[in-house]
Design a protein around this ligand. Structure first.
Ligand SMILES: [Zn+2]
Ligand SMILES: [Zn+2]
Ligand SMILES: [Zn+2]
Length: 348
């Protein structure tokens, strides 16, 4: 029986309608691959991208710039670039502002890998450390107040290049999704003097049915009002409002959790496209008692259509309890990262 559910933080409604889908696999055709003739993100093609703003050597490799493991470059087609003052111009009802912001691409490997899962935990931890560094760098820039780190994986999720990479977009305004979460969390905080995310983690751990995984400092769960089938959130178990304050010692543990969640998703829904987003508190605030950073993994098995765009309601065909059970029971023991460069993979 379909059921309406309200997200306790944002008050966003979803319809959980298991009857609408026979099996999720039926959505999944072979994932279309977008293969560039020459991949601009591969080692040796550095001149195809704007000059790097930062490079990181490999964990095991030498220290020369050519030996990079992660490269950060300005986006070749930036959405926002200027560091002017964000002054709005008013014209009757309409407001316009300058293109204040930063748009960077984080190339996560010199090898042509298509998934974070193809890297080892230490390599993923390095990438997460780069997110932290770039967020700290962005927070020091004038006129930006927030930045989103995100990944589009697969054509259906909007990826234009398959080589594993992520993007950082710093903005002069707090984006609506984070503002909505913050607003709901603040209301709860005013009423209960507690962080709603901390309470949510506690309740979910007691119930267990939507928990995907747990480590010393992180929890992964399928949210009660999941908008997308197999939607997964990763949250620090201890309260923390800003991702960029994550300590080195926890990055490897977080990397393990991220890789595991992505692997579980990949095994459960082979070839699924997804978006990966870090939601963190705005830069210009001290540590917030009411906001709790988190990662959202948003699989795209069904396209948002008229109803979703017209109402803001999402219809999700896999109840999160079922999704969590499926993800939890994936056998990861047989899965070892190959680090295999798919561009050199022999096709027969
Ligand atoms: Zn490549
Ligand atoms: Zn919290
Ligand atoms: Zn969020």
């Amino acid at each position: 029986v379909p059921e309406l559910r309200k997200d306790p933080i944002t008050s966003r409604w979803v319809i959980i309608a298991a009857n609408r889908a026979a099996r999720p696999n039926e959505f999944l055709a072979a994932p279309p691959r977008r293969v560039a003739k020459v991949c601009p993100f591969c080692r040796g093609q550095e001149n195809q991208t704007p000059a790097a703003v930062a490079t990181y050597p490999g964990i095991r490799s030498g220290r020369s710039a050519a030996d990079w493991q992660v490269r950060v470059v300005p986006n070749l087609f930036p959405a926002l670039t200027s560091d002017r003052r964000f002054v709005l111009e008013q014209n009757g009802l309409f407001e316009t502002g300058p293109d204040v912001g930063i748009h960077e691409v984080i190339i996560e490997s010199p090898h042509h890998l298509v998934s974070m899962c193809d890297q080892c935990d230490e390599e993923v931890a390095l990438v997460l450390g780069v997110y932290r560094d770039r967020l700290i760098a962005a927070s020091g820039r004038p006129n930006v107040v927030h930045a989103i780190v995100f990944k589009n994986v697969g054509v259906a999720a909007g990826a234009s290049l398959e080589h594993t990479h992520s993007q950082l977009l710093a903005l002069p305004v707090v984006p609506a999704t984070v503002a909505e979460e913050e607003c709901g969390a603040q209301q709860y905080y005013q009423q209960h003097d507690r962080c709603i995310y901390c309470d949510l983690i506690e309740q979910e751990q007691r119930a267990e049915s939507r928990v995907v995984g747990r480590s010393a400092h992180f929890v992964a769960l399928c949210p009660f009002a999941s908008r997308f089938a197999m939607e997964t959130w990763i949250l620090p178990a201890e309260h923390s409002s800003h991702f960029e304050q994550t300590r080195d010692a926890q990055l490897v543990e977080l990397a393990q959790m991220v890789r595991q969640c992505l692997l579980r998703l990949q095994v459960a829904l082979a070839g699924v496209a997804y978006n990966f987003v870090i939601h963190s508190a705005p830069f210009d605030t001290a540590a917030l008692g009411h906001y709790h950073w988190h990662i959202e993994i948003l699989p795209r098995i069904a396209n948002a259509a008229g109803f979703e765009w017209g109402t803001g309601f999402h219809i999700n065909s896999i109840p999160p309890e079922q999704a969590a059970r499926t993800l939890r029971t994936v056998d990861l023991s047989c899965f070892i990262p190959t680090g295999e460069d798919v561009s050199t993979r022999k096709t027969s």
